[in-house]
Design a protein around this ligand. Structure first.
Ligand code: ATR
Length: 271
């Protein structure tokens, strides 16, 4: 019998995680099956318990349950505690381990797949919600020259920056306060792309050679990536690589084997 894993979310039927993990299992020869499991909004813990009782060995957790997964875990990793969110659960005999692989997924996509070093760069993260919080510690650990967090609700960005100040040079502000600052790497961690919107960005945001990165992905470029292309970003990329990288890190947490991500990213790009 293969070992059972799943992604638990609401909605979850659109998830690419089952095909990503199936590709990892094939390529590494691991005996793994991976399903998409829908949880009712008020039934996350019960869904996890049922999956575990049915022999599940671990689960990825997606929208909107990453905070609940953090609370449900009986042990958490430092990177889950920095994010205050869990996207990877591992079921042990008497423990539920909570980890977070989102931030390392973003960093690996930027540094390894895109070949852009973060050290010494000026980085802007747009957004101050859960998605932003999950990537701040791994970004700061790569030693950028400066990391700005800009948010529609400026207070939330200031508050979030305050929580990470000991980790590196981070400041929070509203979009207007960005003024004429320029950045080498701009990451959209807002949910604006989901509804076809764009944060109110100042026009001269990008340094020469800058990377614009939207953590969302889809068949069409997001409004932010279209805007970035028109406003001088040298490279524009969506979050598909991050999705595959966070999946690979979860696979490594569960199986102790690190799958090769490039063929899987290529497979998904080819549709
Ligand atoms: P997630 O878990 O995806 O981060 P969230 O915690 O609800 O979701 O946070 C959504 C983020 O997207 C917030 O930073 C939000 O800004 P506010 O804090 O001001 O609400 C940001 N956001 C959503 N829609 C936006 C829009 N149209 N323009 C700019 N920012 C937007």
């Amino acid at each position: 019998m293969p070992d059972r894993y799943a992604v638990i979310g609401n909605p979850v039927s659109h998830s690419k995680s089952p095909s990503i993990h199936a590709a990892f299992a094939r390529a590494t020869g691991q005996s793994v099956v991976y399903a998409a499991v829908f949880a009712p909004l008020d039934g996350f813990a019960a869904t996890v318990a049922a999956f575990r009782a049915a022999g599940g060995m671990g689960a990825n957790v997606t929208v909107p349950f990453k905070l609940e997964a953090f609370d449900l875990a009986t042990e958490t990793t430092p990177r889950a505690r920095a994010a205050l969110a869990v996207n990877t659960l591992t079921f042990a005999a008497d423990a539920v381990r909570g980890d977070n692989t989102d931030g390392v997924g973003l960093v690996r996509d930027i540094e390894i797949n895109l070949g852009v070093e973060i050290a010494g760069k000026r980085v802007l993260v747009m957004g101050a919600g859960g998605a932003a919080r999950g990537v701040l510690a791994p970004l700061l650990d790569r030693r950028p020259a400066a990391l700005a967090i800009a948010n529609r609700t400026a207070d939330k960005a200031v508050e979030l920056a305050g929580r990470f100040r000991e980790r590196g040079p981070v400041e929070g502000c509203g979009y207007h306060a960005l003024g004429t600052s320029r950045f080498d790497i701009v990451v959209n961690a807002t949910s604006a792309s989901l509804v076809g919107e764009l944060p109110p960005l100042p026009p001269h945001l990008f340094c020469g050679g800058a990377l614009a990165y939207d953590m969302m992905y889809g068949s069409e470029p997001t409004p932010f990536l279209r805007w970035a292309r028109e406003h001088g970003a040298a490279r524009c990329t969506d979050g598909l690589g991050m999705l595959v990288e966070q999946a690979a890190e979860s696979f490594f947490v569960w199986r102790g084997v690190r799958p090769d991500t490039a063929p899987v990213i290529a497979m998904l790009r080819a549709g």
